[in-house]
Design a protein around this ligand. Structure first.
Ligand SMILES: [Zn+2]
Length: 248
């Protein structure tokens, strides 16, 4: 069984109850951190997850509220004594920028630093990026202000799709087709983002079982947000909360 731990739920501006959106997928041998806003070590500690267990870091897009914690995470793993390699996966442009940020910190001078393997995704749809017995992960480009990917994960039992930041987008809808759980952003209607109502429309057309709303403004009326999505989606709707655990 895979465990999905929601580490943060806020849009770009977090508060004491909502970190910026990032999540952890514990699929057994494969432990995947999706995005790295702020320093994820605190939330991982609260969730009872050893940061050293992370095998893969997937960066969905290069906006500060999704990647600004990367140098902190990489440094902390080093200080915690990590030896095993870490895979860092993202679009070509995202990896280029991540490497530049690490170079600003002169990370090549960090003595005894563990290996980091960068995997660069081309632009495209349904790109397979992880393929193990525990989990298969595919990515498709969404519709955002900068190049961004949504993710689909297939476990031995069950499936998940995470939209990351996107406005309603055909490629993400296809990616989500028939999954058990769709975690969809709900920043509000606007360029590059989606309202809960629009997230519900995507969930309905994709035929998913359960919709989890994430990446929302912290001052929302929870019932209103959920009801908006329920007005367009006939399945179960929940609002993600920090440290929520979804078992698939
Ligand atoms: Zn964004």
């Amino acid at each position: 069984m895979a465990q999905i731990i929601i580490l943060g739920t806020a849009n770009a501006v977090p508060d004491k109850h909502h970190a910026s959106t990032h999540l952890l997928v514990d699929a057994g041998e494969q432990v995947i951190l999706v995005d790295c806003a702020g320093n994820p070590v605190v939330r991982l500690d609260q969730a009872g997850v050893d940061p050293l267990s992370i095998t893969d870091l997937i960066l969905t897009h290069f906006h500060p509220d999704h990647v600004s914690g990367v140098p902190l995470l990489l440094m902390d793993l080093w200080l915690m004594g990590r030896n095993k390699p870490l895979n860092v996966i993202g679009l070509d442009d995202v990896i280029d920028r991540t490497v530049k940020v690490m170079e600003i910190f002169n990370w090549k001078d960090w003595d005894g630093f563990y290996p980091v393997n960068f995997y660069r995704l081309p632009d495209g749809e349904r790109m397979l990026l992880i393929d193990t017995d525990d989990v298969k992960v595919w990515a498709s480009k969404g519709c955002h202000m900068v190049p961004s990917i949504g993710l689909r994960m297939q476990f031995p039992v069950g499936s998940l799709c995470y939209s990351s930041d996107t406005e309603p987008c055909d490629a993400i809808e296809r990616l989500a087709e028939g999954v058990d759980v769709l975690i969809h952003e709900s920043t509000g209607e606007g360029v590059g983002h989606s309202s809960p109502k629009q997230a519900g429309e995507v969930a309905q057309r994709a035929g998913v079982r359960k919709l989890v709303l994430i990446h929302y403004p912290t001052d929302i009326d929870v019932d209103e947000w959920v009801n908006q999505a329920k007005s367009t989606f006939s399945g179960e709707v929940v609002l993600a909360t920090d440290l929520m655990n979804l078992s698939i």
